[in-house]
Ligand binder design. Structure first.
Ligand code: AMP
Length: 441
């Protein structure tokens, strides 16, 4: 199948071609025709499947067609609203919209918290067709009178599961209550637990369902391995792996901001250049760091989960989980940062004895045992044999286990070589049992 089979108008086809896309991805092939017919959509799909283009292309096409029908010209009013859980993802969606709308004349504005609102409010005052927003800043600017949602006829809620995990349910309900009843609504989520389905029922009207990549797919696609290591030796193991993978772009996940800074400092002592992105860094600093990483100015990026959500770095070959996440689904999101758009990828996970409860949850979720690599200089059998202890207690091991270095440590523990390569009319009354989770980002 090619894009022109999907009856996409030429200004969009031209822009897609410039992006180097040759054929629609499965979600694009399924979603674009049904969205062009005006249906609501419930999409079960992960990042990396091309879902941004799947919802943006029909939006741009509908805006283009309705614009050419209208004679009157005036200031643009926001007709499409896309909600994303994180700033990074919002920026990325907006960047994609700019790419695909190059020849349609549609204008989009992105708003998110953590930075001064002035630039965002003046962009809004200049008029926009599409608004990409994180929930908090959106409600804030609605409250201040900068945004009205009464002309929205295309509404997208992206990464719904993450949105709920982050405790945004009340914000989302407030936003939905402000939308016009007559609209087209799209709802995307990587996973579809009961709570997410319940929320989708509040938003969608007789939706078409598209299920693309079940959550196991990322786990199957990405080559995973597990390294048992004491907490004290994680830094040394990390250095060892970086040395083994010179020139490879590596994303290292830390559970906490403080932990991320510590990793950067420790690598610095070994003359390994790395940078961290997390919630304590200004939005500008985070974006600059990310851009430099994308341009391969340095090869090790250390990130916390929320800061890393939605990061799309082509050719990111290796994800290292320095700490295990305390929410199992986060593991899938993390490893999904690699192996995107049909590239192969690898994920290495460090596990100390105190983290074994989390590991258990993850292995249950992905329905597979992550293969253990013991043949490395920092393998610690005590950590591997330790009982998993109480689930969800403090994740890190406080014991003073001395590491037992493997005598016959293999030079290359993990090879990357050769691989790389509301229903309308229905008021939102969703009362999920979500409490705002403590953000450790
Ligand atoms: P997404 O799932 O929207 O985050 O997209 C993941 C990656 O796939 C992004 O880098 C897109 O630029 C890329 N992509 C989206 N659609 C296509 C396509 N039809 N062909 C090739 N790459 C694509």
């Amino acid at each position: 199948m090619i894009f022109s089979d999907l009856e996409i108008i030429s200004p969009i086809l031209k822009a897609i071609k410039e992006q180097g896309y040759e054929a629609p991805t499965p979600i694009q092939a399924k979603a674009i025709p049904t969205l062009l017919e005006g249906n609501d959509l419930l999409g079960s799909a992960q990042t990396g499947t091309g879902k941004t283009a799947a919802f943006t292309i029909p939006l741009l096409q509908q805006l283009y067609i309705s614009k050419s029908k209208k004679k009157k010209k005036g200031r643009r009013v926001v007709k499409a609203l896309i909600i994303s859980p994180t700033r990074e993802l919002a920026l990325q969606i907006n960047e994609n919209i700019s790419n695909y709308s190059k020849y349609t004349g549609a204008k989009s504005v992105v708003i998110f918290g953590g930075i001064n609102q002035r630039k965002q409010t003046s962009a809004l005052q200049n008029g926009a067709d599409i608004l990409v927003a994180t929930p908090g800043r959106l409600l804030d600017l609605i409250g201040q009178g900068y945004i009205r949602l009464n002309h929205i006829n295309y509404f997208v809620l992206d990464e719904a599961d993450q949105m709920l995990d982050m405790g945004f349910i009340h914000d989302i309900n407030k936003i939905i209550a402000k939308l016009p009843e007559k609209r087209q609504s799209l709802f995307f989520s990587a996973t579809m637990p009961e709570t997410v389905i319940e929320l989708s029922n509040q938003i969608l009207n007789n939706p078409k369902r598209i299920r693309i990549a079940p959550k196991q797919t990322t786990a199957e696609r990405v080559a995973q391995s597990l390294y048992y290591v004491s907490k004290a030796e994680k830094a040394s193991l990390l250095k060892h792996l970086i040395d083994e993978n010179i020139g490879v772009s590596i994303l290292v996940f830390s559970r906490t901001k403080h932990g991320a800074d510590k990793i950067v400092k420790s690598l610095d002592k070994s003359n390994i250049k790395s940078e961290a992105i997390h919630g304590n860094k200004s939005q500008n600093a985070r974006q600059k760091t990310l851009q430099r990483f994308k341009k391969s100015k340095f090869s090790v990026l250390v990130a916390t989960d929320i800061a890393a959500r939605g990061i799309d770095v082509t050719k990111l070959s290796l994800v290292i989980n320095y700490d295990l996440p305390n929410v199992a689904e986060t593991y899938v999101h993390r490893i999904g940062r690699t192996g995107r758009a049909q590239e192969s990828g690898e994920a290495i996970t460090f596990c100390s004895s105190g983290e074994k409860g989390y590991l258990d949850d993850i292995q249950k979720l992905i329905n597979q045992k992550i293969p253990v690599i013991s043949d490395h200089p920092f393998h610690n059998q005590k950590e591997a044999d330790a009982p998993k202890g109480k689930k969800h207690k403090k994740p890190e091991n406080r014991s003073k286990n001395k590491s037992s270095k493997s005598k016959n440590a293999r030079k290359k523990p993990s090879t990357l070589k050769g691989k790389f390569k509301k229903k309308p009319g229905k008021k939102s009354n969703f009362k999920g049992s979500f409490k705002r989770k403590k953000r450790n980002e």
